[in-house]
Design a protein around this ligand. Structure first.
Ligand SMILES: Nc1ncnc2c1ncn2[C@@H]1O[C@H](COP(=O)(O)OP(=O)(O)OP(=O)(O)O)[C@@H](O)[C@H]1O
Ligand SMILES: Nc1ccn([C@H]2C[C@H](O)[C@@H](COP(=O)(O)O)O2)c(=O)n1
Length: 233
């Protein structure tokens, strides 16, 4: 008796880029979970290497010192969208990488070409190993890391909306000044967009989604639909 040959759907690679606070992490995790894909937060990797530099007394404003040390830490990312992890030399740094000290230093460290080369190689290797595919989020995924991704999304939102979202995360903690939050977001975006090596930028073939007036569920639905359209094309 003949058995019908069953082929698993080809792995799908989705890149999601955009400025800070546009919803990349929330959207990417939810899309990956819905579609059974892996999830990679490349911002967490840049934060992890920044944490290591600070922890080891490297002057983060000295590009030569950062470049010399760029190959030293071992960065390991767990890609389960329900429980992503990030470790440096075996230490879980998921908490420490979110401190203000790291946030203030990460743009300087991520502008160093040796850091970018190191992490880009790691990101490509992780994407290549994802059996059903992966959602990778960052700043240069569509332009540099995975230029052949099946689908590229560029999320945007007004600076006001992004600052309000960030402050919303602080509920129950010390209330942050909205104007100060907005100024910090805009400053980091300017640094990330202005660096020479693979700056924050929309790839020419990316789909831009302005999330200012959309709920997270609406953004997730929009991206899931775009992935399904690509898969059935
Ligand atoms: N469409 C949306 N509407 C309202 N809130 C949202 C929306 N998308 C994300 N958020 C909220 O905004 C905050 C920032 O989202 P998220 O961390 O996903 O952004 P991001 O682009 O990954 O930021 P960063 O680049 O700084 O890591 C979170 O509190 C998240 O719950
Ligand atoms: N592909 C990437 C991802 C992140 N960065 C840098 C620039 C960001 O300000 C920083 C932290 O990212 P976040 O956690 O806010 O997503 O990391 C980058 O240069 N390239």
């Amino acid at each position: 008796m003949e058995t019908a040959a069953r082929t698993a759907p080809a792995a799908v690679i989705v890149g999601i880029d955009g400025p800070s606070g546009t919803g990349k992490s929330s959207t990417s995790k939810a899309v990956a979970a819905k579609l059974g894909l892996r999830y990679l937060d490349t911002g967490a990797q840049y934060r992890a290497i920044t944490w290591w530099m600070l922890h080891n007394g490297i002057d983060v404003n000295d590009p030569a010192a950062v470049a010399d040390a760029a190959g030293k830490p071992e960065i390991v990312s767990g890609t389960d969208p329900a429980a992503p992890t990030i470790a440096v030399d075996g230490t879980d740094v998921s908490g420490p990488i979110r401190t203000q000290e790291v946030t203030s230093a990460v743009s300087a460290v991520s502008a160093v070409p040796e850091v970018r080369t190191r992490l880009t190689e790691l990101q490509r290797a992780i994407a290549a190993e994802a059996p059903a595919g992966i959602v990778v989020e960052g700043r240069d995924i569509g332009t540099t890391v995975l230029p052949d991704a099946d689908l590229k999304i560029f999320l945007t939102a007004s600076a006001e909306a992004r600052a309000a979202r960030r402050n919303g995360e602080l509920k129950g903690k010390e209330a942050a000044d909205l104007a100060a939050t907005q100024a910090a977001l805009v400053k980091r975006d300017a640094a990330d967009s202005g660096r020479k090596t693979s700056p924050l930028a929309k790839a020419g073939d990316a789909v831009e989604v302005d999330t200012t007036e959309l709920t997270l569920d609406q953004v997730v639905e929009c991206v899931v639909t775009l992935v399904e359209e690509k898969r059935s094309a």
